[in-house]
Design a protein around this ligand. Structure first.
Ligand SMILES: [Zn+2]
Length: 204
């Protein structure tokens, strides 16, 4: 394993842990895909989680602008589900602090816990396990900026873009592996549906 695991090494880890699965899946947004990624299945193994978090932190440290602000850097996750990556990256980087946003109900806005307030100009690196639609990370970015924080980058373990993924450029963006699933907008346009392959609905 390289210090920053290669794309192939990451994909191998994901397959071995059952996190990356081949098949015929329907996302909650209606897209059909030939692969599915569930990072929690990889992160259940502490050593795998550590390998991936440390790898991501090495990628970040290689950027001189990020390296220069590590002592004051806040690692912020869009929810507690991303926190295990956030904590791993924060520990490896020795960043200033790590915290997560949350929401009270499915249709409620993201917010931070009482008394968890950003200082004006706080330098924030948004961290999550995976970037797929990007909607929640975009909401987090808006929330942080509305509180006076400065978002300096976005880092995820896995980048699995769909035709609907939010474009965060020119924000610096870091990821360990990119997964190119084949997506179809619905059953009518899906080759796997046409082949009669059984469809599995996925929750997230
Ligand atoms: Zn299909």
């Amino acid at each position: 394993m390289h210090l920053v695991p290669t794309q192939e090494e990451v994909v191998q880890l994901l397959r071995k842990t059952g996190a990356l699965r081949d098949g015929h899946f329907e996302d909650p947004n209606g897209l059909h895909a030939n692969e599915y990624m569930q990072t929690a299945l990889a992160m259940r193994y502490y050593q795998t989680a550590k390998t991936l978090s440390v790898g991501l932190s090495r990628l970040l440290r290689a950027n001189s602008e990020i390296r220069a602000i590590i002592p004051e850097l806040s690692i912020v996750c869009p929810d507690t589900g991303g926190s295990h990556v956030g904590y791993g990256v924060c520990e490896a980087l020795q960043a200033h602090q790590v915290y997560a946003a949350e929401r009270d109900g499915e249709r409620q806005p993201l917010h931070f816990r009482q008394y968890l307030e950003q200082v004006p100009g706080e330098k924030v690196l948004m961290v999550d396990d995976i970037l797929r639609s990007g909607r929640k990370l975009l909401e987090l970015k808006h929330l942080l900026e509305s509180k006076g924080a400065e978002v300096v980058g976005l880092a995820v373990m896995i980048y699995q873009p769909t035709p609907k993924t939010v474009d965060f450029s020119p924000l610096p963006f870091y990821y360990l592996a990119k997964l190119d699933a084949r997506y179809s907008q619905d059953a009518e346009h899906c080759d796997l549906c046409k082949q009669g392959m059984p469809l599995e609905k996925v929750w997230i």
